[in-house]
Design a protein around this ligand. Structure first.
Ligand code: PGA
Length: 238
């Protein structure tokens, strides 16, 4: 059974940031895939603080983006690359050695997908948030453990929710996500979950039989999965 680390909300982000800093110190050339969304925002804030105090550096690290919307222009405030830059990458005193965003502006999206799958073939760590419907990245319900890096056509409800949340200038048409296959092939995976509204889906992901209705449930197959949650999110775990 997967045993999550359960932390008080006040200590959660600093603890996750400290753990990531520790990974970077142990392996300065860490290849890490990072998510956007609300969950990691305080972690990135804490990491920027550590970097500015010279307690951690991404200078030799490679950062790979987890997923990206299709159909939004470069610089749109809802784009994952815009947010990861604003929240973390552009605030680091020394930028990462390499940053692999997802080239959703490419003329040939199949090429962009193939490139992203290639850069994500050798990841040390994948950091994930948990969707309210059990998704990780844009691996929505209906995804399997071997689902590849691919183009996703998202439900209208997901697209509209994204617009409302992040102030997108237009409605995204879908997304490109790192595949479940690449996530499960990374050397280490962290699932970050905070807040009472995630309690039921976290319980589903960790305690009920795995299945495509909750793609996050496949993470339990990973031999080196860390589930780092706050007390509120853990409320329904026995
Ligand atoms: P959140 O999103 O961190 O904004 O809750 C997680 C997700 O939907 O993947």
């Amino acid at each position: 059974m997967t045993t999550p680390r359960i932390l008080p909300a006040a200590a959660w982000a600093d603890t996750v940031a400290a753990d990531l800093a520790e990974r970077l110190r142990a392996n300065p050339a860490l290849r890490v895939c990072l998510p956007t969304g609300a969950t990691p925002v305080p972690v990135y804030e804490a990491l920027v603080g550590l970097a500015r105090r010279d307690e951690v550096s991404f200078a030799r690290a490679t950062v790979v983006l987890l997923d990206e919307w299709l159909g939004l222009p470069p610089g749109d405030p809802a784009r994952c690359d815009t947010r990861l830059r604003a929240q973390l990458l552009d605030r680091l005193p020394v930028p990462p050695a390499a940053v692999h965003l997802i080239d959703v502006d490419a003329a040939d999206l199949d090429v962009a997908v193939a490139r992203h799958a290639a850069v994500a073939a050798d990841l040390d760590l994948v950091v994930l948030g948990l969707g309210m419907n059990g998704h990780v990245g844009f691996n929505e319900p209906g995804s399997f453990a071997d689902s590849p890096t691919r183009i996703i056509r998202l439900a209208a409800s997901s697209r509209e929710a994204a617009m409302a949340r992040y102030g997108a200038a237009s409605v995204p048409t879908g997304g490109i996500t790192l595949g479940m296959d690449r996530i499960l092939a990374a050397r280490e995976v962290w699932l970050l979950v905070t807040g009472a509204r995630k309690a039921a889906i976290l319980r589903r992901a960790l305690r009920d039989p795995e299945g495509p209705d909750c793609p996050a449930s496949y993470l339990r197959r990973h031999p080196n999965l860390g589930v780092i949650v706050d007390l509120e999110a853990a409320a329904l775990l026995s």
